[in-house]
Design a protein around this ligand. Structure first.
Ligand code: GAR
Length: 205
């Protein structure tokens, strides 16, 4: 697909600050090889939905409990259909708080990336998400943390690492303060960079 842009779908569950970083990065040319075609939220109340609407991006809400009878299989069947309808080339998990099955991740091998708020392999895997990661970092007393963008496979936070950025833990940090510093100084920078890198590979640039 040389010359064409890769179609990106961003999957979200919450506030959507990483989605906003991707939207801004496309606007200011950091993302050149791809375009955000679609946002899928598994939470109808997520502020990320409003962010997508404000940017004029198509949004689909797909909830496992209310819309798929609690079935992961049904959720993934419907999600795959939405992605195919929109000719999606790259799926970006940006604060998407649900684990995808092996069937799904195998089907989209090397086409799903995720941002995680720690330096993998520290503070990752099942149970480590959102603020819980930063709480664990502070409890352990490590002095350096950061963020990682990685490919998604069947192992939670286990896929190949694409980019990482370190952030210092400071005296008196709370989980909230540390989360904000990791987002601002790492996540919002490396997620758009990684998205551009993979889109460029997909489009053969
Ligand atoms: C971000 O810190 C993201 O790295 C993390 O949740 C937050 C979502 O914020 N994701 C995970 O913990 C996934 N394991 P956002 O909705 O404002 O982008």
């Amino acid at each position: 697909m040389a010359g064409k842009k890769a179609n990106i779908a961003v999957l979200v569950s919450g506030g959507g600050t990483n989605l906003q970083a991707l939207i801004d990065a496309e606007k200011n040319g950091i993302i050149r090889s791809g375009t955000i075609r679609l946002v899928v939220s598994n939470n109808s109340k997520a502020y990320a939905v409003t962010r997508a609407e404000n940017a004029g991006i198509r949004v689909e809400v797909l909830t496992k409990k209310a819309m798929c009878g609690g079935s992961q299989e049904e959720f993934e069947r419907r999600l795959s259909a939405i992605l195919e309808e929109n000719s999606i080339d790259l799926i970006v998990l940006a604060g998407f708080m649900s684990i995808l099955s092996e069937d799904f991740t195998k089907h989209f091998d090397k086409r799903i990336i995720n941002v995680h708020p720690s330096l993998i392999p520290s503070f990752c895997g099942k149970g480590f998400y959102g603020l819980k990661v930063h709480e664990a970092v502070l409890k352990k007393g490590v002095k350096v943390t950061g963020a990682t963008v990685h490919f998604v496979n069947e192992i939670p936070d286990g896929g190949e690492i694409i980019l990482q950025k370190a952030v210092e833990v400071e005296e008196g940090d709370t989980p909230e303060i540390l989360q904000k510093r990791v987002m601002e100084n790492a996540e919002w920078i490396i997620l758009p960079e990684a998205a551009e890198k993979i889109c460029a590979q997909i489009t053969g640039k």
